[in-house]
Design a protein around this ligand. Structure first.
Ligand code: PLP
Length: 464
């Protein structure tokens, strides 16, 4: 299977090259040239498979030229062995015909582990085969960093450098990154904010001459298609558990960069009967404004109780736009050029397809807190603030009471004690799962560096 750029100008690439490349040279994102399609009877025959067995079925067509069946099976086994629950993605019922899909059973307690555990192992596998070493570099405002570090800590052929804004991430978030002491893991606490971190990473990708001969930077951010691919699996898993494909299922997805819900969209294109896909956002609501009013304009960032969804622009949305515009790369390049001004208007046709495929809802912090309290009161189940946004959106936008509704639970409530404390009197600090109970006693290692590109780049070069 070949992968093509959403802007139509970059060369098409193999799966292996897409994993290592990140952004296409024309500024676009890579997507499969055509999607694998599964028949209803084929999907039905997967009922009862374990998560790992199902992952093999779903991912196989995307990677079959790069990996043998055994290699893919081994990568999947290794990636999900670090999850604490034997179901990997268990469903919990929260209301009549409503479930949350617990995607926080991985090592960092957020759904990003699904993709990053797999991506780390996949990268290492590809690099060993090529006898190549790379440097993973990324910026984090909290969550992605720890999932990336956990995904890469056991990889022999890469070193990972993660920048976080010094003293601006929560202690849990910092410790999840800095207590990983493997020799190939480097945490940099940058004296600056998240944007400074991100700009430094961008500048380093643009000019990689600070690296020794033969080394290149690799990004593991959410535009890496392998991450999206790994996330398609749990849509199939949840639907099969609830009677699919014979009956359709709906999903509500707490959305930031549009990676997670885009995976749901792909599942639907591949043949899974999905009735509704609901985009749930916090106050940073560019996607909700776009879907409800064709207003895709950048607004200033608001810091919410659901920080992992605090984004101004959703980078993966471009992948959907590519389909909405009939996979016309030139049209997307033009649209993105228009968006440089800060806003863009979708064509009538694209809007029609968008609103046919997606519903949306937006919550502020007060409403988020209210949902956590409501669900706690009604079924003593504790939601994290991101998941709460998905649950409220599901309840507001649901089209059909008889269709099972699955709300993706993207993080464990213990990661976001502030929101939970606001919502529920008496449980001010949800307990960390057993395997992380000693997080606050563990040894930490990180380097504080000045907001100075050269200092950061020398730190990286000197540690390779
Ligand atoms: C990253 C993240 C999201 C948003 O997912 P996208 O794929 O960026 O839309 C939602 N919730 C949590 C907890 C996250 O870490």
């Amino acid at each position: 299977m070949k992968y093509i750029s959403t802007r139509g100008q970059a060369p098409s690439l193999s799966f292996e090259d897409v994993v290592l490349t990140g952004l296409a040279s024309d500024g676009g994102l890579y997507v499969p040239e055509s999607l694998p399609k599964f028949s209803q009877s084929e999907i039905a025959s997967w009922a009862g498979l374990s998560y790992q067995e199902l992952a093999f079925k779903v991912m196989h067509p995307f990677v079959s030229e790069a990996l043998s069946d055994d290699e893919l099976k081994q990568l999947i086994e290794k990636s999900y062995a670090s999850f604490r629950h034997p179901a990997i993605a268990p469903l919990v019922q929260t209301d009549h015909n409503e479930w949350v899909l617990e995607l926080f059973q991985g090592p960092t307690l957020a759904f990003k582990d699904f993709a990053l555990q797999f991506l780390g192992n996949l990268l290492d596998h590809i690099l060993k085969k090529r006898d190549q070493k790379v440097v993973v570099m990324g910026a984090t405002s909290g969550d992605t960093g720890s999932a990336a570090i956990e995904g890469c800590r056991h990889c022999d052929n890469l070193d990972i450098f993660i920048l976080h804004p010094h003293q601006r991430v929560s202690e849990v978030q910092r410790r999840q990154m800095t207590t990983v002491l493997e020799d190939n893991v480097y945490n940099i606490a940058l004296e600056g904010n998240f944007d400074d971190c991100q700009n430094m990473v961008k500048a380093s990708f643009a000019d990689q001459s600070f690296l020794p001969e033969g080394r290149q930077l690799v990004a593991v951010n959410s535009i890496n298609f392998a991450r999206i691919m790994a996330q398609i699996v749990y849509y199939f898993y949840a639907a099969l558990a609830l009677g699919g494909p014979a009956r359709a299922v709906s999903f509500s997805v707490p959305t930031g960069n549009f990676g997670d819900i885009f995976a749901g969209y792909l599942a639907k294109q591949m043949g899974l009967p999905i009735e509704q896909l609901i985009v749930a956002t916090n106050q940073n609501d560019i996607l909700h404004r776009c879907i409800s009013a064709n207003d895709h304009s950048k607004q200033s960032l608001v810091h919410s109780l659901s920080p992992s969804m605090d984004i101004m622009v959703s980078s993966n949305f471009e992948r959907l736009l590519f389909d909405l515009y009939g996979r016309n790369g030139r049209a997307i390049a033009e649209l993105m050029e228009q968006f440089k001004s800060g806003s863009m208007t979708l064509s009538e046709q694209a809007m029609a397809k968008l609103t046919e495929g997606f519903a949306s809802y937006r919550l502020d912090d007060d409403e988020t807190v209210a949902v956590i309290a409501e669900v706690w009161d009604t079924c003593e189940y504790l939601l994290d603030p991101h998941t709460a946004i998905g649950v409220r959106a599901a309840r507001k936008k649901r089209a059909n009471a008889s269709t099972p509704m699955v709300c993706l639970a993207t993080a464990h409530p213990a990661k976001f004690p502030e929101a939970v404390a606001k919502a529920c009197e008496g449980i001010d600090s949800p307990a960390l799962p057993h395997h992380m109970a000693d997080l606050f006693e563990r040894e930490e290692r990180y380097q504080v560096l000045a907001h100075d590109t050269q200092a950061v780049q020398s730190f990286i070069a000197n540690n390779l």
